[in-house]
Ligand binder design. Structure first.
Ligand code: MG
Length: 289
């Protein structure tokens, strides 16, 4: 299923997008109550929801798609330097923290605040007077379904609810200056997400093409098979000491081709458009202003 969170005549809803008819079927609980939000769907499980019999399907053109999880319950987990060629370009760029290895031996994990999330077609706010090193990072994001602590690699995929796209927008100068990644990656609007959440039964995340364009110029092109630490390893690592909760999001890291990787760097400017496509999920587009 391709799940979406949408606004229709000012009312938020959760539904299933049918790509062929381009209509959205609103979701209800099995006993006919409307579903308030995506987190409820994830917590209750797909077996507890059903397309509404009372409400008609809505043409996609009539809705605004929000991020699938517009306000996560807590910070978004993110993984740094998880594609070898990106780790190398980042080490060369001079924006990395000197204390970390160029290509890490263990997953590098940081977080972004939930309030940084915006949806498809929303605007990334250029942080005027704060940064002139705004960068994009195309990433496959994993959404946790079943909670767990100490999840073993072999069991990890059974904890996944589905997948979406995240743009891990970053102020590189803040990332460099403050010796950690949280501040420069958590500014308002720095986490475009969506446009949909594809359920785990529909997608094998082990070999998906990831591409990113800035103003129609292809900047990033890779495949998730090149991840240094795969999804089971990431889930096992994060859940070792932290109980993962339904609705938790793990952005798995970005491939080579970020703005900081060019010499000279090619950072985002006002008026730019960033488009990210991940095979089997869709296309996330945001302008910068
Ligand atoms: Mg990233």
């Amino acid at each position: 299923m391709r799940l979406v969170t949408y606004l229709h005549h000012g009312m938020a809803g959760v539904g299933v997008l049918d790509l062929r008819s381009t209509r959205i079927r609103p979701l209800d609980t099995i006993d006919g109550r409307p579903i308030p939000d995506m987190l409820t769907v994830i917590r209750e499980g797909l077996e507890a929801v059903t397309p509404s019999v009372m409400r008609p399907a809505i043409p996609q053109v009539e809705v605004d798609l929000l991020a699938p999880i517009p306000r996560p319950a807590r910070n978004i987990f993110c993984v740094g330097k998880n594609y070898r060629r990106h780790a190398e370009e980042f080490a060369r760029s001079g924006f990395d923290s000197p204390s970390t290895a160029a290509v890490p031996e263990h997953p590098v994990v940081f977080t972004k605040v939930p309030e940084s999330v915006i949806g498809d077609r929303d605007t990334i706010l250029y942080p005027e007077s704060l940064s002139n090193a705004l960068d994009y990072e195309a990433e496959l994001a994993v959404v946790i379904g079943r909670p767990g602590r100490g999840i073993r690699r072999e069991q990890a995929m059974s904890h996944v609810f589905g997948y979406t796209i995240v743009n891990d927008v970053t102020a590189r100068d803040w990332q460099q200056r403050h010796g950690q990644w949280f501040l420069g990656k958590s500014f308002d609007t720095f986490c475009p997400m969506g446009p949909m959440l594809v359920t785990a039964d529909e997608l094998d995340p082990a070999a998906l093409d990831v591409r990113c364009w800035v103003n129609d110029e292809l900047r990033q092109q890779a495949n998730t098979r090149d991840l240094i630490f795969d999804i089971p390893t990431l889930i096992a690592t994060i859940s070792a000491g932290i109980t993962l909760q339904p609705g938790d999001i793990i952005a798995t890291g970005t491939p080579e081709g970020v703005g900081a990787g060019f010499d000279p760097p090619r950072f985002l400017q006002r008026g730019n458009e960033v488009a990210i496509e991940i095979e089997g999920i869709g296309r996330l587009v945001n302008d910068v202003f």
